[in-house]
Design a protein around this ligand. Structure first.
Ligand code: PEP
Ligand code: MG
Length: 328
């Protein structure tokens, strides 16, 4: 199989009806980026910048952050990279953020983490903004904010970046060729104000790991719940279907960067709901490309639309059966 996927490296993932599906990969370390060439992924749709923070015993200095981001852009060699600002705090506690570690939060996943923390510890986000702007000098910079729950949080985070950009411009530093902003949709509340958010940004990436956790009120790290909630449950699929529908006609790109998109039947369901952009774990890039090339999208879309109106009792079994009948 590995050889088969290697053969697919330079093959573009078109469906049988000719729809180009974008298959990017998730990364978090400098060394992950080599998988871009190995898998032939279209880029890095999610670079989790918190990895550098989590493996460090002290707050990574701005210059160290800058070097990592610059190395990542160098290694990506012109392929797009979306940098997500730090998602630390909560259960991803770091020792150097004194007094604000997990034991203070009773529900760390819903606690003081990600952008909530970054907006209060403004110095942290300012340093990261400067590091990213400098690393992308002369190149494209794509920035994404995690755990945005209301549009004002996006505005506030973007303002911090723009302030740092102005600072560099004033000093006649080489700027990124262009800067685009986006946010994760992983807190359900954001879906309810999508119309307010859309005019503000360039892209949205759905984080199905956290989204599922919050939609079902089920801790993603609790093994007792792991088997209980299925990504193919009608509740999550209808939620995602509604977002896709509300995005029709928008210039804003929408993708999925949670683990869901890297799984066979889940990816099929997402394509059937209208999703064409995925960022997934590197090991899944080959298998998902292979899957894409077997799909005839109009049939899949029709089937998913019907199932969204009246879901079968076992969606997973129904999809598996559909895939088999359709030679997938
Ligand atoms: C997600 O929540 O789906 C996601 C992609 O982000 P993370 O797994 O890093 O929380
Ligand atoms: Mg998340």
């Amino acid at each position: 199989r590995a050889a088969a996927y290697a053969e697919l490296r330079d093959v573009e993932p078109f469906t049988r009806d000719g729809t180009r599906i974008t298959v990017m990969m998730n990364a978090g370390l400098r060394d992950d980026v080599s998988a871009l060439q190995l898998t032939g992924a279209d880029g890095i749709g999610l670079f989790r910048t918190e990895f550098q923070f989590l493996v460090s015993s002290t707050l990574p200095a701005r210059d160290r952050q800058m070097r990592l981001y610059r190395d990542v852009l160098d290694a990506a060699d012109g392929k797009p990279v979306i940098f997500r600002t730090v998602d630390i705090g909560g259960d991803k506690a770091v020792p150097y953020l004194d007094n604000h570690t997990a034991e203070k939060d009773e529900n760390p996943a819903m606690g003081w983490r990600a952008l909530r923390l970054s907006l209060e510890r403004e110095g942290l986000l300012k340093a990261q903004a400067r590091a990213l702007l400098e690393a992308a000098a002369g190149r494209q910079l794509s920035v994404m904010f995690p755990m945005v729950s209301e549009p004002w949080e996006f505005d506030a985070a973007k303002a911090i970046f723009e302030e740092q950009a102005d600072f560099l411009r004033d000093r006649r530093k080489l700027m990124p060729e262009s800067i685009e902003y986006g946010c994760m949709l992983e807190v359900p509340s954001l879906a309810e104000v999508l119309d307010i958010l859309l005019p503000k940004l360039s892209f949205i990436s759905i984080g199905t790991n956290d989204l599922t956790q919050f939609l079902f009120a089920a801790d993603r790290a609790n093994p007792k719940l792991a088997e209980r909630y299925d990504w193919l449950s009608p509740a999550i699929l209808r939620f995602l279907a509604r977002i896709a529908k509300n995005m029709v006609g928008s210039q804003v790109r929408i993708g999925v960067c949670g683990e869901m998109g890297g799984r066979r039947l889940e990816a099929l369901a997402l394509m059937g709901l209208g999703y064409t952009r995925f960022s997934i774990t590197p090991a899944a890039v080959g298998p998902i490309k292979e899957l894409v090339r077997k799909v005839y999208l109009p049939d899949l879309t029709k089937q998913m639309q019907q199932w969204m109106m009246s879901p079968p009792p076992d969606m997973r079994a129904a999809l598996a059966h559909w895939a088999e009948t359709n030679g997938i």
